[in-house]
Design a protein around this ligand. Sequence first.
Ligand code: IMP
Length: 194
Amino acid sequence: MIRLYFVTNNKHKVAEAQKILSKYSVELEPIDIKKVELQSESLEDIARYAAIEAYKIIAKPVVVEDSGLFIDALNGFPGPYSSYVYKTLGLKRILKLLEGEENRRARFIAVVALALSCEDVYLFKGVVEGVIAHEIRGGKGFGFDPIFIPIEGDGRTFAEMNSEEKNIISHRGRAFEALGRWISANRDKLIYIL
Ligand code: IMP
């Protein structure tokens, strides 16, 4: 079993990520240190920076994830600011911004950064395409799940799916699958470091 620190205070993220990584014999150890957020439009830059800053504190292999919802009709808003916008505007105001808008296209993107040292950082990206619903639907999941309908699904929002169903197609599921595959291929390297 490989154990990696995961910097987050979001228990939904931990549960979703752990479900994927268990298949690869990886255990995540959530650590609630402050995730240092770079002001940037790039999830890659934000995740990489946060992973390096976390490594400087704990000096052990560490995983950070940065994700966001990108709405086409709003030119990619809220994107990297999703967490803040969710807290300040909330779902209803986002739906209001899209009132009368025919283009409902959006995508969730997640970037996972694994820092093995301050120089050795690997990035894994996952994307899920979808549309923004016309109303809030479902009680599962978190954040923007009740207004996001994945294209690959059956018309339900993420909040109407259980976590297994969401994980198969979600941005986070895909990014952590990519991390899991990388770990499988690089086990020797990791075991040497851990
Ligand atoms: P951060 O990665 O901690 O900066 O937060 C990303 C924000 O994007 C979350 O707080 C949510 O508002 C939103 N988000 C990211 N992934 C998901 C998801 O899987 N479901 C719903 N909202 C998400």
